[in-house]
Design a binder for this molecule. Structure first.
Ligand code: FAD
Length: 276
């Protein structure tokens, strides 16, 4: 019997798995979750979390604002030596006398305890699909994010900019694609455009970029959509005990983002796993 299984190989899941020596089940083909780096024409772009936060707990994991080789490289480093079942989505959790049976798109796993680190709305969907009780107070809204990835002519004067809630992040400042930018569209506009066709979103995102920078020649353009990018609010409690030996933790707790995710992990480990 596996003592603990962690669901999700993002920042929270990787840190939990390292502390507990627990296996991870992850639905994607790679690790990192919203710490995500994409390769375009052999050049790298961070298309999720753009900058490593300068908050006390985040800086304990990595000093500075930039992650050498992109955010995924940090996730891969945290994943070293862990057992991670990739491409494996937990579809349903079944309570059994010894703990939990996790039904996935592949095999089933049995364990004594489960920690679920998906964004809270996804975690609650999984509870619902499992026929488990959900308290209405557990829901937390998340911002959507549309991220435009572009390669274009940049000048030495171009810098990171924030305007009207949009965020333009030059990849060269992070040692990634020298002529690449990520444009994180504001939560309000991302919400408005999210259900449009990808073609329309790309056109609108490109217009937003060029309105700000002026006419430029583009060598590459594409978009990435995040249905859950950052919590729009957060729980003041550090995690949820959703059932017997079933916990939800991650970035919907204590602070909306990386800091919250890491504080939630710290609290859960301290309270529920003091001596494993
Ligand atoms: C565009 C963007 C900008 C951001 N900007 C900031 C910022 O400026 N500051 C900040 O602090 N934070 C920011 N964030 C948020 C930050 O990236 C997250 O708070 C942090 O990465 C959360 O990590 P996590 O491990 O809690 O969750 P995630 O990284 O979401 O990890 C959860 C993992 O669970 C997996 N999973 C989910 N359901 C299942 C299932 N059923 N079966 C198996 N696996 C499953 C997912 O695939 C994922 O890998 C931003 C995020 C985005 C996308």
């Amino acid at each position: 019997m596996i003592p603990v299984i962690v669901i999700g190989a993002g920042l929270a899941g990787l840190n939990l798995a390292r502390a507990l020596n627990a296996p991870i089940i992850e639905k994607s083909r790679g690790v990192g979750g919203r710490m995500a780096t994409r390769r375009i024409d052999e050049e790298k772009f961070d298309h999720g979390l753009p900058i490593w936060p300068e908050t006390p707990i985040a800086q304990k994991i990595l000093k500075g604002r930039f992650v050498p080789n992109g955010m995924t490289a940090l996730a891969k480093k945290l994943a070293t030596g862990l057992t991670i079942h990739l491409d494996t989505r937990v579809l349903r959790m079944e309570k059994i006398p010894t703990g939990w049976r996790l039904h996935t798109n592949k095999e089933a796993f049995e364990c004594a305890k489960v920690i679920l680190t998906a964004p809270i709305p996804q975690a609650l969907e999984l509870l619902e699909d499992s026929g488990l009780r959900i308290d209405s107070g557990w829901t937390i809204p998340y911002h959507k994010a549309i991220v435009g990835l572009f390669r274009l002519e940049l000048t030495a004067k171009d810098q990171d900019i924030e305007w009207d809630g949009h965020q333009l992040v030059l990849q060269r400042n992070k040692g990634l694609c020298p002529d690449g930018v990520a444009l994180i569209v504001s939560p309000a506009i991302s919400e408005k455009w999210f259900e449009d066709s990808d073609e329309k979103i790309l056109k609108q995102t490109t217009q937003l970029l060029l309105q700000r920078l002026g006419p430029r020649h583009l060598d590459h353009d594409e978009i990435k959509k995040w249905r859950y990018s950052r919590p729009a609010s957060f729980h003041t409690r550090p995690y949820i005990k959703a059932g017997q030996h079933l916990y939800i933790c991650g970035d919907g707790f204590l602070s909306p983002g990386v800091e919250g995710s890491l504080m939630s992990v710290e609290s859960l480990l301290r309270d529920q796993f003091p001596v494993l």
